[in-house]
Write a protein that binds this ligand. Sequence first.
Ligand code: XMP
Length: 519
Amino acid sequence: MQFQKIEEKIIIVDFGSQITKLIARRVRELGVYSEIFTPKEIRKIDDFSKVKGIILSGGPSTVTKKNFQSIPKNIFSKKIPILGICYGLQLIARLYGGKIKSSRKRREFGRAYIFKKKRSLLTKNFFKKKSAVWMSHEDAVVRLPKKFRTVAYTKDSKLTIIENTKENIYGVQFHPEVTHTDKGMQIFKNFLFLICRVKKKWNVISQKRKLIEDVKTEVKKDKVLCALSGGVDSSVVALLINKAIQKNLVCIMVDTGLMRKDEFKQTYKIFKNKYKLNVKLINASKFFLKNLKNISDPEKKRKIIGKIFIEIFEKEAKKIKKVKFLAQGTLYPDIIESRSFSGSKTSKIKSHHNVGGLPKKMNLKLIEPLKELFKDEVRVLGASLGLSRSINFRHPFPGPGLGIRIIGSLTKEKIKILQEADHIYINELVKNNLYNKIWQAYAALLPVKTVGVMGDSRTFEYTCLLRAVISEDGMTADYFNFPKNFLDNISNKIINNVKGINRVVYDITSKPPSTIELE
Ligand code: XMP
């Protein structure tokens, strides 16, 4: 798919950094369309007329070896401005005859302070009295390449920013795309608007009509099936497709019984009554619980939930005639992650539950209207489609739901206890204006019972764990720093109102080393 009226774009070449997609996001946040390509894919582009700038990402490779990851040299002669970040800088230096060394002495990880040496368009309004930048490199450029000059340096690396203004080629050793770099956005602003001279034209709302038209053209008079979970992505997909084909969109909501208190039924009502979607609610909670009885292994639980979900969905879908498409809320980061640049598979930490197995099994064609968008863009689209704030800004919720937030085996009683505790927690976050400051928050039920005292009686009950994290995309996360009185208050409220819990703990681990969910 190609967006309409895109006259200018920035290409990002992904050399395998975990955070390449942040670069693409930053560019789009500034109102310029960006796309990510692997070094292999970039060789296949034959029309560069709309490409107004190229950004070379960081990555785990090294240019000190003979066979290093690169891009065709003729790209440098197209007169398109280029910005290299970390590995990107080293690659530029290597191709222009600089010297790069892998050296323990010069490696920098984490915060470093950067000092100005010369004025540059790239660093206009960037330097503060003391500017911190985020570093993550072992290799360093130790000899300036020909035709380049040094713009800035740190204590450990003399060539932190370099430029060749004649050819419009720039390189930074640090990562301006991460929030830990002071004024990192200024580097992108300068590159885009002063060096590439692009205009601020991209925004997702202007693409809405095109997205709707695309669905109409593709689907024609056929039917589309959609597994609606009430999360942001599937909700926006459903509203968008509904705008295109109305009743020919059939949504199925499978209630696993593992959702937050009342949330699923409320969401169903909103879609049915407010948005007038053709939506069917299947209550399968008993069936899920029966199949999960005495299962305590996290991976087994995840697999069972995923399998049953697919079985139920398939059974219901069969009742609907003439379906040709399955709608999915795939986003751009999912696409980027699934086409890893090296082709290597990262080790599996958790098997995620989604409906990915469905299209093949049911012989359906996938329709993924959000696959070029980032989450924040999906939310903007959601708002313009009238999606209620409570759904549009809802925290992420995993497919297996409370099934992976009750550690160990599940029972109806445990689900009820957790739903109550979680409900109190989330309501308090909203009441205290904290909900929107947190990326994801939830309560979990630990399988440990401990002794407590309430009134004059001894209690022996479950422990509730509270989690709240800030994050950009769930790949890494920090725990949220609550004011002490919030923690005092929430602990009191949960223990006083939820029978079955006599201890509340707050999880203060970040990701890594922990993950966001417990199972
Ligand atoms: P972890 O626990 O891996 O979670 O740090 C990262 C993000 O992914 C969510 N998550 C899931 N989402 N199906 C989903 O749709 C799943 O099976 C699943 N497991 C984890 C998690 O809530 C967090 O936002």
